[in-house]
Design a protein. Sequence first.
Length: 132
Amino acid sequence: MLDTNMASYVIRGNPPEARQRLATLPMNSIVISAVTQAELYYGLARKGHSTALAKLIQEFLRRVQVLPWDSDAATVYGDLRASCAASGIVIGALGMMIAAHAIAAKATLVTHDHAFCRIPGGVLAVEDWIAE
């Protein structure tokens, strides 16, 4: 599951490592959360609905499966957020939702955000395609 920063890297093609790594995998193995889709649309709106960017985002969304936020993800979110809060780990609400969604979907979260590596209990598998 690509998080928002990794999806953005793939869409923009910068840094190139993100697209290079993506090209080595079957596209049917790549998913994003509906939360990431929402963040991509937010970024597009902030940039004034740039036609060029809109085209890139739509092309990306045609190629990846967008997993809907569901009650399983919501259940994991509640437990995960409580566990992180008890451990003093602060992750933004949308990032926490994406992490919970990855756990619920039994997916590896692909991100360049190192905050996710601090999630306790080893419940979240994380990869960084940029650091490799």
